[in-house]
Design a binder for this molecule. Structure first.
Ligand code: SAJ
Length: 438
């Protein structure tokens, strides 16, 4: 560790003098930027969206997990500034990449955001900078995909002029107990110096860090976390469908299994797996496994189960209406909840969107109420609007479908004024002629 540049950079981090660049101010980047800024560390937030950049600079928060007053204070004290001018990356001693890693339409990794980040950083970075990738991706991305892009664009040398690390975000949207600052963070530096820089910098904002021996260990750790959820949620969804045929309440089964004090974690059935992480991330692992002539069969199977869930829910709605001598065609169907999970305002990858499209195609007259979402788009029917949940609306519908369980909905009132309920989220205790449960 004789490198002078390294020592100067480490010194800056130790004394909070390093300027931290956060690339991407979304549900991962903005909380992280505020977490550093509230510790008095200067943060420059980089956004392609001038709208987001302007909102941040005006102190207007757009991420539910960020505390409005903390954002305002960081902007007011000039410890946090947002910009769309990527040439300002030359001001940064550290750059933390928080860009999306979606799938393309063939369910293959969409790496263009990481590639673009690498090119932007390579184009403007100064000598002596620490770079950390936080986006969920397949193991080897940092060393074998991102590193060459940065080295190529900058003409600089890793572990001499810049240092590289992978440290996944662990953001659970809507979780009020665990935030960026109090969630342990896995850190995988590319070499000892990178690890030292990573641990020193991240410790300023996140007290509990878990160092691992390489970026690929850290990458695999994150993708294991999310693959574990995909597999287990798909398992319980499949068991819910079987239980329904066997006159067994899967909800009662799960509550009973939870009495086991070890070796069991409860996952709950639903209409499908939404969000921009769990249904997508594991397919990054499936992709890279093929590079090693290795077929990860579990992920593929879990994905197939999940793909079928929205259609199976449409069948459940059809059967419930049938039992009341009604067809989907011509029935007024109210969907309660379009967010991908309860008490958040994000509809991305929500299974509700797919079910709504199917029901409309079958001739259903669909209305939607989501207390957190006023307008949203479905793939096939464009923009839709959430309607107020009135007693008259409930009385006028032929079927109410609970697709997302928001805690601020009065389900007893829904029960009182509805004729028929398809409860896909165990929002109702009743399980009678009026309530059909998953
Ligand atoms: N879901 C079920 N049953 C369950 C749990 C979830 O049907 O028992 C559904 C949800 O309704 C939702 C989807 O699965 O549609 C994903 O829910 P989630 O909470 O697992 O996923 P995210 O994307 O909101 O957040 C997750 C984080 N969640 C938790 O740890 C609880 C975490 O895995 C990651 O930190 C985060 O994704 C990420 O960014 O990777």
């Amino acid at each position: 560790m004789s490198n002078k540049t390294f020592k100067e950079l480490l010194e800056k981090f130790e004394h909070d003098r390093g300027v931290v660049g956060v690339l991407g101010l979304g549900y991962v980047g903005l909380p992280l930027a505020v977490a550093f800024a509230k510790k008095g560390i200067k943060v420059v937030g980089f956004e392609k969206s001038s709208h987001k950049s302007d909102q941040v600079n005006a102190g207007h928060n757009y991420i539910g997990d960020v505390v409005d007053s903390e954002l305002k204070a960081a902007v007011k004290s000039h410890t946090l500034v947002a910009t769309t001018d990527f040439s300002r990356l030359k001001e940064c001693d550290a750059v933390i990449i928080c860009v999306p890693t979606p799938l393309d339409k063939f369910k293959k990794p969409e790496m263009s955001y990481i590639a673009s980040a690498g090119k932007d950083i390579g184009a403007y970075m100064k000598k002596g900078v620490f770079i950390s990738l936080e986006s969920t991706t397949y193991p080897t991305t940092t060393e074998e995909y991102l590193l060459p892009i940065i080295a190529q664009e900058s003409g600089l040398n890793v572990n001499e002029d810049f240092w590289l690390c992978y440290s996944a975000e662990r953001v659970d949207p809507g979780n009020h107990s665990f935030k960026t600052e109090n969630t342990p963070k896995v850190v995988g530096g590319f070499g000892e110096e990178a690890q030292k820089l990573a641990m020193t910098l991240y410790s300023k904002a996140i007290p509990v860090l878990h160092p691992v021996s390489s970026p690929r260990v850290a990458e695999m750790t994150k993708i294991l976390e999310n693959t574990y959820r995909l597999i287990n949620i798909s398992l319980v969804n499949e068991l819910a469908l079987l239980s329904g045929k066997m006159d067994i309440s899967i909800w009662e089964v799960i509550e009973a299994a939870k009495t086991k004090p070890y070796g069991f974690q409860a996952f709950y059935p639903g209409p499908g797996i939404g969000g921009h992480c769990i249904p997508l991330d594991p397919f990054y692992l499936e992709y890279i496994a093929k590079n090693y002539q290795f077929d990860l069969t579990m992920i593929n199977t879990a994905g197939q189960i999940d793909n079928l869930m929205p259609h199976r829910m449409t069948i459940k709605i059809t059967s419930a209406l049938n039992r009341h001598k009604k067809s989907v065609n011509g029935s007024k169907i109210l969907f309660l909840g379009v967010a991908y999970k309860g008490d958040i305002d994000d509809p991305r990858e929500s299974p509700a969107l797919k079910i709504i499209d199917e029901v409309i195609k079958k001739g259903g007259d669909v209305v939607v109420h989501d207390p957190y979402i006023s307008t949203f788009k479905t793939e096939e029917h464009g923009e839709m609007h959430s309607v107020p949940l009135t007693d008259d609306l409930l009385k006028s519908t032929d079927c109410v479908v609970v697709t997302t369980k928001h805690t601020n909905v009065d389900y007893q009132r829904v029960y009182e004024f509805s004729k028929l309920i398809v409860d896909l989220r165990n929002a109702f205790e009743q399980n009678d002629e009026k309530v059909y449960k998953l």
